[in-house]
Design a protein. Structure first.
Lengths: 123, 187
């Protein structure tokens, strides 16, 4: 059974890119959401093996969605990797405090992304 | 994992990741639902792939007039960026060359430093100029892969961005001038 990744981003471009990388360079199955609220719902429905989530999004941002997922038994243990344009230490600290496991900054480096995901999910 | 994908991954490297990036950018522009969506796409491409959240478009009007057309993260009307490029630099961009700063820099409070000016081309003419300003802190400079993305934007962004406004009323000819459309300026 292939591992499943929930990719969350309000940017159609970022979703396209991440989806292309996952489909062409890994065996992972990909499901998507375009804001934090949808991400929380999809995470409960799809039970992904990992969540790759942008921070700045409408309706509910990535930090808030992460906190909410950590409060629910069905999503509490899913590894969450946040994606953001901001790499400052204070911002990253806020991400970890919201409950994320890891962090990747834009511009997205495809090879770095694959390596990071494989470190959590294996090949 | 099947043998074919395993082999593909074994041969994959920076080139293939860059190809995916170019493919995603191309698809995003081509699938735009109109000029405003294309501008959203352009903003996403620059943020996600090039590493900047300050960018703007100048529309070329006639042979030597430039109008601040749209911006994100900065108000182009507050700065005379094209003057900072200089006549020689502007001439090169109008001829279809990119102007790229080799090292990222902050500029000053009164004049942010533009890191790149990219000609947006249609029918062998530069009809707009994309200016990319401050880079994200984790992006130190542009590289060869970024230049390929510049070329894609230069060659393929005009249609999605300006759409029907590229053609004036009647049958387009070598002498017809584009009719400007204006989604507006945002910062």
């Amino acid at each position: 059974m292939p591992k499943k990744i929930l990719v969350v981003d309000d940017s159609k471009t970022a979703l396209m890119m991440e989806r292309e990388i996952l489909e062409r360079r890994t065996t992972y199955q990909c499901v998507t959401a375009s804001d934090g609220r949808e991400a929380v719902e999809k995470a409960q429905q799809e039970r992904p093996d990992l969540i790759l989530m942008d921070v700045v999004m409408p309706n509910m941002n990535g930090f808030e969605a992460c906190k909410m997922m950590r409060q629910q038994p069905t999503t509490r243990e899913i590894p969450i990797v946040l994606v953001t344009t901001r790499g400052e230490e204070s911002y990253m600290e806020a991400g970890f405090q919201s409950g994320c496991n890891d962090y990747i900054t834009k511009p997205i480096d495809g090879a770095e992304l694959v390596a990071l995901l494989q470190s959590y999910l294996g090949e | 994992m099947n043998a074919e994908k395993n082999n593909a991954m074994g041969c994959a490297g920076a080139d293939s990741v860059n190809a995916l990036r170019l493919g995603a950018a191309r698809k995003r522009l081509a699938q735009s639902t109109g000029p405003e969506d294309a501008i959203d796409g352009l903003r996403e491409i620059v943020a996600t792939f090039l590493g900047s959240e300050e960018l703007g478009l100048f529309r070329v009007e006639g042979s030597a007039n430039f109008r601040a057309f749209w911006s994100f993260g900065i108000d182009l009307r507050e700065y005379d960026l094209l003057r900072a490029l200089g006549e020689a630099g502007l001439g090169r961009v109008m001829r279809g060359e990119y102007h790229v700063e080799l090292a990222a820099g902050e500029g000053s409070a009164t004049m942010p430093k533009a890191q790149a000016f990219i000609p947006i081309r249609f029918a062998n003419e530069t009809i707009a100029i994309l200016a990319i300003l401050r880079l994200l802190p984790q992006k130190l400079a542009f590289d060869g892969a970024d230049m390929e993305l510049f070329k894609l934007l230069s060659d393929e962004a005009a249609g999605p961005l300006f759409g029907p406004s590229l053609f004036g009323p009647g049958v387009p000819s070598a002498d017809s001038k584009p009719v400007a459309g204006e989604p507006g300026v945002s910062a």
